[in-house]
Design a protein around this ligand. Structure first.
Ligand code: C2E
Ligand code: MG
Ligand code: MG
Ligand code: MG
Length: 288
């Protein structure tokens, strides 16, 4: 059923060669002007229901179209934006833009936005954004201005950002969750969080890290890896959390993870991150 969609591919700057030319310092100092000049753009990667292959939503992934160095992936500049605090206005822009986009998809969907299963949008939040006092008010504002229902937004926070989180840090997430916004624990399984700790967190989705998906690629799959994923899915479901898997690259992985009870999946097998109109056509097609 699924084909890895080509779509609009960008030439990514080669890490090795550019490491010399692009210094951290150079990129860091260029960040604020880049935001003002509109050099950032967002690619969207579909999230697919493993049961029937229908599109559940999309994750917004930011890129920087650098005038000299070409397109830079988030791993190159998000840490720098984190260090300087520029992540707050940059993250606000990503939220605004992707929520607006999601609302647009919904309006264009069959049934004039009254689609029975509204398309959802996932947006990554970095630790600094979590600590920023304006987070809740700004999110409410963005949702109200776009008209997107809070239940269509999912904020992804990494497991490591929440390890040892105290109540002050969890409070804004709780408020957002009470409004109906989904909170996903991203890259789950890479940190050292106590599973019992999950009960304390206002999360409704576990995003299993790509390392688990890679385990499903072995021939034969290690039975211990299967048991681990099985256990996590059972625990998640018993806590009423949905399970998403990232990094699905083959049909064998997708089938294995579907059998293990995972709910949704994301990865190159379905589609690489791409321009917003491609998500739109995937939604119209109803299944990948
Ligand atoms: P993430 O949230 O875990 O996003 C998933 C990453 O896996 C993305 O990398 C995506 O392109 C990649 N990916 C998706 N499917 C596959 C696959 O089948 N195989 C492989 N090998 N990789 C796959 P990307 O776009 O480079 O983003 C890296 C990280 O940057 C993200 O990890 C996220 O933590 C962060 N990031 C991206 N956009 C934003 C943003 O707007 N704000 C913040 N704070 N962080 C962001
Ligand atoms: Mg993510
Ligand atoms: Mg992730
Ligand atoms: Mg990841």
């Amino acid at each position: 059923r699924a084909k890895s969609a080509g779509g609009n591919r960008f030439e990514y700057a080669d890490d090795e060669a550019d490491a010399r030319a692009i210094t951290r310092h150079g990129l860091t100092t260029a960040l604020p002007a880049a935001l003002e000049r509109g050099e950032f753009f967002i690619e969207y990667q579909p999230l697919v229901r493993l049961g029937d292959g229908s599109v559940h939503g999309a994750e917004a992934l930011v890129r920087w179209c650098h005038p000299q160095h070409g397109v830079l992936g988030p791993d190159r500049f998000i840490p720098l934006a984190e260090n300087t605090g520029l992540i707050v206005p940059l993250g606000r822009w990503v939220l605004q833009e992707s929520v607006r986009q999601a609302r647009f998809w919904q309006d264009e969907a069959p049934g004039g936005g009254k689609a029975t299963r509204p398309l959802r949008i996932n947006v990554n939040l970095s630790p600094t954004q979590l600590h920023h006092p304006g987070l809740v008010a700004e999110t409410v504002d963005v949702l109200e201005r776009s008209g997107l229902e809070p239940g269509a937004l999912c904020l992804e926070v990494t497991e490591s950002a929440l390890i040892g989180a105290d109540d002050d840090l969890l409070k804004p997430l709780r408020q957002l969750a009470e409004m109906g916004v989904d909170i996903a624990l991203d890259d789950f399984g890479t940190g050292y969080s106590n599973l019992a700790n999950l009960r304390r967190l206002p999360v409704s989705v576990l995003k299993l890290d790509r390392s688990f998906t890679q385990g499903m690629q072995q021939h034969p799959v290690d039975p211990v890896d299967i048991k681990i994923v099985e256990g996590i899915v059972q625990l998640a479901h018993s806590l009423e959390l949905a399970v998403t898997v990232e990094g699905v690259e083959t049909s064998a992985q997708a089938e294995q993870l579907r059998q293990l009870g995972c709910d949704t999946a994301q990865g190159w097998y379905y589609a690489r991150p791409g321009a917003p109109d491609r998500i739109h056509s995937l939604v119209l097609a109803d299944a990948i």
